[in-house]
Design a protein around this ligand. Structure first.
Ligand code: F3S
Length: 390
């Protein structure tokens, strides 16, 4: 692997022990995957932020580091809203440890935005090289924006945030971004709801495995693409997908599907995932809600009060920007939390069955929260959980 003089000096420890250790991580990964060089990144998104996942060992490692991020970097969602954690019913012992993890990242210069939708915060453009960790964010960056990122682990994303570079291999190279399976969708999507695309992604991820799918027969918008990609990254290992005539790399690939395995998913199969079962809580915002989604939820809640817990998750930045919609949502009794989500927070472990509007949450809630999960459209989620206001 070719290293510049500057990179060599970091690796030799001339810029301190932490940078040396982090450069060793990056070059080690680069060698394993055959990278020829490093590439500068425009931003990083660092996983390993929830105390629920990194535990005491992870916290100690973070506390031992002495360096500062050199590119814009944010965190993945953590185990709780870092301001309203008491209201979420989080155990104070857990909260103490979680706040220690957050302040360790703060000391390293990572912005205290804990979100899987960093594309709503930092400028991310077509062709940018990134070092992002969270699978749905990686999928969105690659597929919807046309930026380039591998799915980084927590330590490698943190290393990239501090060094400002990542090894150039995998999805950083155009030749590795070609489709490997053609998924034809037949039949009409149920409404225009993003949940339908989440359910489609739930099925398509299982078919794709680690191949790059190219879809035909659908015309999703941005929030629908977000849900589609998130679900495929959960039930498969899909970090990039294409949709004919929709996603930006249509400009590069002609999308000849010749020679690719051809699989058809029928709209009826997708619809069959919507079982209409009841639940004892609702969780929306996987991935974190966009401003448009918050607006739609506030419209659906107009004139209603909630009759069961309704959790909505979004980045703190989006919540602050959309304070009017958030106020309207919360006046119904629903809660809009930042920094966390239904999967990484222990707060939702107390329910038997949770209704979600996300294919990714449908896949992860049962294993990560120990609760059953049922998928419904956003409208169905709100309808199940509300009554008209007297
Ligand atoms: Fe984001 Fe949590 Fe879903 S990290 S993609 S809201 S599981």
């Amino acid at each position: 692997m070719h290293l510049t003089t500057e990179e060599e000096s970091i690796l030799n420890g001339e810029q301190g022990e932490t940078k040396q250790q982090l450069m060793e991580i990056l070059t080690g990964i680069g060698k394993v995957f055959g990278a020829e060089e490093m590439v500068p990144v425009r931003s990083a998104q660092v996983s390993g932020a929830s105390y629920k996942t990194i535990g005491e060992w992870g916290l100690k490692w973070l506390a031992s580091l002495d360096a500062h991020a050199t590119v814009p970097a944010v965190l993945n969602p953590v185990g709780m809203d870092r301001i309203r954690w008491e209201e979420m019913g989080i155990d104070p012992a857990f909260a103490k440890k979680q706040l220690e993890v957050i302040s360790a990242y703060d000391r390293l210069g990572i912005r205290l935005e804990c979100t899987c939708t960093p594309y709503y915060l930092n400028i991310t453009e077509y062709g940018d090289h990134l070092a992002w960790s969270e699978s749905s964010a990686v999928s969105y960056a690659n597929s919807v924006i046309g930026a380039r990122t591998n799915r980084e682990g927590g330590p490698s994303a943190l290393a990239a945030a501090i060094i400002g570079k990542t090894p150039k291999y995998g999805l950083h190279l155009v030749e590795n971004r070609k489709p490997g399976v053609h998924i034809r969708v037949e039949g009409e999507p149920k409404g225009a709801d993003a949940a339908w695309y989440g359910a489609l992604g739930y099925l398509a991820g299982k078919i794709s495995g680690n191949r790059i799918p190219v879809f035909s027969g659908i015309r999703p918008g941005r929030d629908q693409l977000k849900n589609l990609g998130a679900a495929m990254a959960a039930t498969g290992a899909v970090a990039l997908y294409h949709v004919k005539e929709i996603t930006p790399e249509a400009r590069i690939f002609s999308y000849s599907t010749e020679g690719l395995e051809d699989v058809t998913i029928y709209a009826d199969e997708v619809a069959s995932l919507f079982t209409g079962e009841q639940a004892d809580a609702v969780a929306i915002g996987c991935p974190h809600c966009s401003p448009d989604e918050l607006m739609a939820i506030s419209d659906l809640l107009e004139g209603c009060r909630v009759t069961m817990p309704v959790y909505i998750f979004a980045s703190r930045d989006v919540i602050d920007r959309e304070a009017g919609y958030v106020r309207k949502i919360e006046s119904s009794g629903a809660r809009v939390y930042a920094d966390t989500c239904m999967v990484v927070s222990p707060a939702l472990e107390r329910y038997d069955r949770i209704m979600v509007n996300s294919g990714k949450a449908l896949a992860y809630v049962p294993t990560m929260c120990g609760a059953g999960a049922v998928i419904g459209s956003t409208k169905e989620c709100i309808k199940m959980a509300t009554a008209p206001r007297p």
